[in-house]
Design a protein around this ligand. Structure first.
Ligand code: 5CA
Length: 473
């Protein structure tokens, strides 16, 4: 993408309405624009990140055996009257009436609708288990929308719903989502800790929130410090096997949100030096609620002995739009955002210090054409007439993982300056090396797993790997 043709409305001054760093940086980097309290337009740069996050979630859901569909944002009130939640949900629910005087609502969540789909289509235990998910906009008329997309009124959620014949099956489904969440957040460069949590309006008695530690987080949380650096299980999970040991390893140590916190137990179970009391951001929340919706809504199947059985369910949410802000809270410096490569809107920022200079232009075009991914979103090429200082500041602000700078002196010698945004490491390399290194880096977030699956290296460029390793330190 050429910056001269892109739409990137950067803001120089700090917006006064933003109280936390992610909100400030999202506005300054031209990622979002507020349309009403808690309602945002996603401008191209923000939208690109949102799509990257969606795709990681999708891949990990599919890997864990969940199946994607799409339900509408508007729902019939009558459906919610069946579960009893139409009245129970209160003023957070946006209620709408159509021209036929029918009561509708803008969905704050989808337990009723998915239960309606399942009860109309699944008749036998042989069709279970199923886990169905979608990524859809939700509306909750929050009392205090704040911190930008962190607590919005309209926000994007991934919500999955599991359906099993019995409690043991439902717990296995819960465990699959638990493990899938650990891998999902790890791929985004986040350390998310599962913590015992309150179930609120969703209901049930087993529930975990996935929490990112951050001073600006809205939740007060308490946990054993060893949980913070516990690595995610990774892609080699046997999804049809027993995942209980993986879950146990992460639930045996104390971790609870404010509502579930027991001070006496915390002090008894956790040695003083290991106690962590901190603020956190809830990026995911999983629930096991058994028959809460299937019983009143009569979602039943015939069991192995022919008798009627009530389906056992759970639901599993991820705050997709909130994650954009949460990742920035976890990864930024005084100059701007530092995107983890897996969610970066572009992998490379290419800076032409002197557009119009024949050698600079030629070298930039060579790099741009060599690195351009088919979707046009691997390189952002700054071909504008801004001064050098402003170009560097803008690139740092939008936080692309790699910067490649071409100036008149380097162009003369065939040299490009590479910079790793995260480490700040800089290196001058011949243009061909830059092309090899950056091409490799465009695919490198996936390459470890691809090579592992293939059982061999697919690239022999040891020298390139060595430079990348060094620059990322
Ligand atoms: N139906 C269940 C799970 S599918 C559910 O609605 N769970 S939830 O209420 O916990 O929401 C799921 C996730 O959505 C939360 O963990 C949080 O990350 C995100 N979320 C909730 N409210 C908001 C909001 N107002 N703004 C942004 N994200 C939100």
């Amino acid at each position: 993408m050429r910056l001269s043709r892109y739409f990137l409305p950067l803001i120089k001054e700090n917006p006064s309405e933003a109280q936390i760093v992610s909100h400030r940086l999202m506005l300054r980097a031209g990622m979002i624009r507020q349309e009403a309290a808690g309602i945002y337009s996603w401008l191209p740069l923000g939208f690109a990140v949102l799509k990257k996050i969606e795709q990681i979630i999708r891949e990990e859901m599919n890997r864990a055996g969940a199946i994607e569909l799409l339900m509408p944002t508007l729902q019939l009130a009558d459906l919610w009257r069946e579960s009893g939640r139409y009245d129970a949900y209160g003023p957070e629910m946006l209620r709408i009436r159509d021209r036929h005087e029918r009561d509708l609502l803008y969905g704050p969540t989808n337990e009723e609708m998915i239960t309606g789909i399942v009860r109309a289509t699944i008749r036998s235990y042989k069709d279970l288990p199923k886990n169905l998910y979608h990524m859809q906009w939700k509306f909750r008329d929050e009392v205090r929308p704040r911190f930008g997309v962190m607590r919005g009124r309209e926000f994007l959620m991934k919500d999955a719903y599991s359906f099993d014949l019995d409690e043991a099956g439902a717990r296995a489904s819960y465990n699959r989502m638990f493990v899938a969440y650990l891998n999902t957040f790890a791929r985004m460069g986040l350390k998310a800790v599962p913590m015992r949590a309150d179930t609120g309006p969703i209901g049930g008695d087993l529930s975990h929130e996935f929490i990112i530690l951050a001073d600006t987080g809205e939740s007060q949380v308490f946990c054993h410090k060893d949980l913070i650096d516990m690595p995610a299980p990774g892609p080699d999970v046997d999804w049809n096997g027993n995942l209980q040991p993986l879950v146990d390893a992460r639930t045996q140590l104390y971790a609870a949100t404010d509502e579930k916190h027991e001070a006496a137990r915390f002090e008894k179970e956790v040695p003083e030096g290991k106690r962590l009391s901190a603020r956190g951001i809830e990026v995911g929340h999983i629930f096991y609620f058994g028959e809460k919706y299937s019983k009143p809504m009569r979602a039943v199947v015939s069991g192995p002995d022919g008798s009627e059985r009530i389906i056992q369910s759970g639901s599993y949410g991820i705050g997709v739009s909130r994650l954009v802000a949460a990742i920035i809270e976890a990864s930024h410096d005084e100059n701007g955002i530092i995107w983890p490569e897996s969610v970066a809107p572009f992998k490379v920022g290419l800076i032409n210090l002197r557009p119009g200079d024949a050698k600079c232009d030629a070298m930039c075009e060579q790099l741009y054409n060599a690195l351009r991914w088919p979707d046009g979103m691997s390189v952002l090429y700054d071909d504008t007439d801004e001064r050098a200082g402003a170009k560097f500041a803008a690139m740092d602000l939008i936080g692309l993982p790699w910067q490649a700078t071409v100036g008149p002196k380097g162009a003369e010698k065939g040299i490009v300056e590479l910079k790793n945004r995260k480490s700040g490491a800089k290196r001058e390399v011949p243009v061909q090396t830059a092309i090899r290194l950056l091409s490799f880096s465009v695919i490198s977030t996936e390459i470890d797993e691809i090579e592992k699956n293939a059982g061999s290296r697919i690239s022999g460029d040891e020298d390139i790997r060595e430079i990348i390793r060094e620059m990322k330190k």
